[in-house]
Design a protein around this ligand. Structure first.
Ligand code: ADP
Ligand code: MG
Length: 241
């Protein structure tokens, strides 16, 4: 049974790069107040799907609808204003700016009131993700795990409705992973719907309400996390069994 209002509807989305069908006809729905996970081998199109959802990557076909509003043709900046934020698979921070500036950088184009609100929140957000002590440092002076936290802070400072996380714990140790997982649960309590790409199957099963599995640009399974990871096609594609 379909719930009435989806937060995000992805309708038959495809992204082709020349002959490469990176995303090849994906349809899915996300509902408010849940954590969604995406599993899939390298090259299965996960990051490309995130890029398309944020309108950074041009679409070949399909539609995106956020809370009833079709934003398929909107600019990436507009999509950010509408409440979709993301982190990147590889850290993208400016090394000639402080941690604090990097966190606020993405808010530059927001309307004045929201920019003021973000600035007022920056100390609290830095505290929360554990980067307050390094606020004046440059990203290249930090460990990789700390850089990822800065990215996380940058993504949540504008209070997104939908947060897209592309391998947020890559390069982190177990303690840091557990912290990120905890942070995701806290954000959920505040009503932030999340869509997370991660290779850590156990973390995905423990953290997500619903899993999607991708292979060759297509969805091969979705549903209850425990069932999805047991699905034979997922075992074969992803777990090498
Ligand atoms: P994943 O995140 O699941 O590892 P990607 O979305 O990064 O997969 O990549 C999916 C496929 O699309 C891969 O074959 C990759 O080489 C290709 N691809 C991704 N981005 C581009 C691009 N900008 N130009 C050409 N091919 C790309
Ligand atoms: Mg990727």
């Amino acid at each position: 049974v379909r719930q009435r209002t989806a937060l995000l509807e992805v309708q038959d989305v495809a992204v082709h790069f020349g002959g490469v069908k990176a995303v090849d006809g994906i349809s899915l729905e996300m509902h408010p107040g849940k954590i969604y996970g995406v599993l899939g081998p390298n090259g299965s199109g996960k990051s490309t799907l995130l890029g398309a959802m944020t309108r950074l990557t041009p679409l070949t076909r399909g539609r995106f609808v956020l809370d009833g509003h079709d934003y398929t043709k909107a600019a990436a900046r507009k999509v950010h204003h509408m409440g979709i934020a993301r982190t990147f698979q590889t850290v993208r921070l400016l090394d000639d700016r402080s941690v604090r500036d990097n966190i606020l950088l993405g808010q530059d184009t927001l309307p004045k009131e929201r920019r003021k609100e973000a600035t007022a929140r920056v100390e609290e957000v830095m505290e929360r993700v554990g980067v307050r002590e390094v606020a004046r440092m440059r990203p290249d002076e930090l460990s990789y795990g700390m850089q990822r936290r800065v990215e996380f802070a940058r993504a949540i400072i504008g209070r997104p409705r939908l947060l897209l996380l592309d391998e947020p714990t890559a390069g982190m140790n177990n303690t840091e992973r557990a912290e990120i997982s905890e942070l995701m649960k806290q954000l959920l309590d505040e009503g932030v719907t999340q869509f997370i790409v991660e290779h850590d199957v156990q973390m995905m099963v423990d953290t997500c309400d619903h899993l999607f599995a991708m292979n060759f640009g297509k969805l091969i399974a979705e549903g209850d996390p425990r069932e999805v990871v047991r699905h034979p096609d997922v075992q074969e594609a992803y777990l090498g069994k």
